[in-house]
Design a protein around this ligand. Structure first.
Ligand code: PEP
Ligand code: MG
Length: 418
């Protein structure tokens, strides 16, 4: 908590500057240097020019402070808690910093400087290679091709997803559109967002999940009565079918966007039974007819996150174009353990044989029906699960952008056991 003190002070300082109209004094550095300071606010670090700041050395600070986290993310070697020595350094003096070992030399020998420079160059080359590798498609050591896509929450996530090597979006949680204001988004607002994201992805897929609220996700623009068991209540597709006005606007926006961007596909959450899928598809057809559009070209898939959907997977597979396994909810429902209850963390475990069996059954049903099966729950981005998921037959993973480079690296060093 003490290390977070700087964050509070930083915000207070920015609010005061805004109120008094005082301009922010950015840290100005003329030539490539090592920056020595007592401490730095996170906003100071965020504003640093990485071409000029070769390293940071602080007499205060902490390894897990936001300033240190930011410096790490920006690739600036940093040393913290270097107490009682920085005062000895005069501006312009040559110093050398080793961010790996946490050492600072006041009078470095040529040999030490050369060795550290070589270490830095090797690290930078490694980083560059990892980034380049993330942008390439991944296959296992035995040559099995695996698709890696991103989960996004809105348009702001798209750039990062692509830069991290995403080969499309496997899950777009559209809740943000509905939760950002007190009124429901219009058809045109939704259409614009869907088109923007689809265009940014080029011909890579954009999987738009229809509204998934209720349970742990309330909606200010559409207050819902409280339920005794919200996770077993009116959430996801159940809510949308009870209140079709929520869904119909979204379906129209998706149909229209798909008309211009063929990479769009629709995914329905919280499906348990075949009639729910048929009901959504009937609404989709009705709206397509009203708009004079062809609904048959829009791929429609479902999330598999309710045990009933696993057990009904054969029948469901006959109705849809793809499955995507939502292990966050699937784990909670298979284990009957609320995913947000910290008392039950040992039960909320996607490595439990029961959850693995449910995943296996879903992959088998998808395989039998010839439809693709992907996974978009947290498990998909966990490198510890990659081997098991590949063995089970999963070939499509969708996870947060920040996890994709490591996931691809893991796939590249895994062999599928047949
Ligand atoms: C899931 O349940 O695994 C999932 C991806 O959906 P959400 O986390 O949004 O419920
Ligand atoms: Mg879910």
């Amino acid at each position: 908590m003490r290390e977070r003190e700087a964050d509070v002070q930083d915000i207070a300082r920015q609010v005061m500057m805004e109120m008094t109209g005082e301009p922010a004094a950015a840290v100005a550095i003329e030539q490539p240097s090592i920056l020595l300071a007592r401490d730095l606010m996170p906003s100071d670090v965020a504003g640093l020019d990485t071409a000029k700041v070769l390293g940071i050395c602080l007499s205060e600070g902490g390894k897990t402070s936001h300033s240190a986290i930011l410096a790490r993310a920006m690739g600036i070697p940093a040393l913290v808690k270097a107490r009682g020595c920085l005062e000895q350094v005069t501006p312009g003096q040559m110093v050398t910093l080793d961010g790996f070992a946490g050492l600072l030399w006041f009078a470095p020998s040529a040999a030490v400087s050369a060795q550290l420079a070589a270490q830095r160059d090797a690290w930078q080359a490694e980083q560059h290679q990892a980034k380049q590798r993330a942008l390439q498609h991944a296959s296992t050591t035995d040559g099995i091709s695996v698709s890696v896509l991103a989960n996004i929450g809105g348009p702001d996530d798209v750039r990062k997803a692509l830069d991290s090597g995403a080969e499309g979006v496997g899950l777009f949680r559209t809740e943000f559109l509905f939760q950002r204001s007190d009124s429901l988004p219009t058809e045109q607002e939704q259409f614009d967002v869907y088109c923007d994201i689809a265009a940014a992805l080029g011909d890579q897929p954009l999987t738009i999940r229809s509204l998934d609220v209720g349970g742990d996700k309330p909606l200010a623009a559409f207050p819902m009565p409280s339920e005794d068991n919200p996770f077993l209540g009116v959430r996801g597709v159940r809510l949308c079918l009870k209140h079709p006005e929520l869904l119909v606007t979204q379906l129209r926006a998706i149909l229209r966007a798909h008309q211009q961007h063929r990479n769009i596909q629709l995914m329905i959450p919280m499906v348990a039974r075949v009639d729910e899928v048929r009901h959504v598809k009937a609404l989709l057809q009705r709206e397509a007819d009203a708009l004079g559009l062809d609904a048959s070209t829009l791929p429609v898939g479902i999330m598999i996150e309710v045990p009933a959907a696993v057990l009904n997977a054969d029948a469901l597979a006959a109705e849809v174009d793809f499955f995507s396994i939502g292990t966050n909810d699937l784990t909670q429902y298979v284990m009957a353990a609320d995913r947000g209850n910290t008392e039950l963390t040992d039960l909320i475990n996607y490595f439990d044989p029961a959850v693995l069996r449910a995943i296996e059954m879903t992959c088998a049903a998808g395989g039998k029906a010839g439809i693709p099966v992907s996974m978009c729950g947290e498990m998909a981005g966990d490198p510890k699960a990659t081997q098991q998921l590949l063995n089970i037959g999963l070939r499509k993973f969708s996870a947060s952008a920040s996890l994709l480079p490591a996931l691809k690296a893991q796939i590249r060093q895994t062999a599928v056991m047949k």
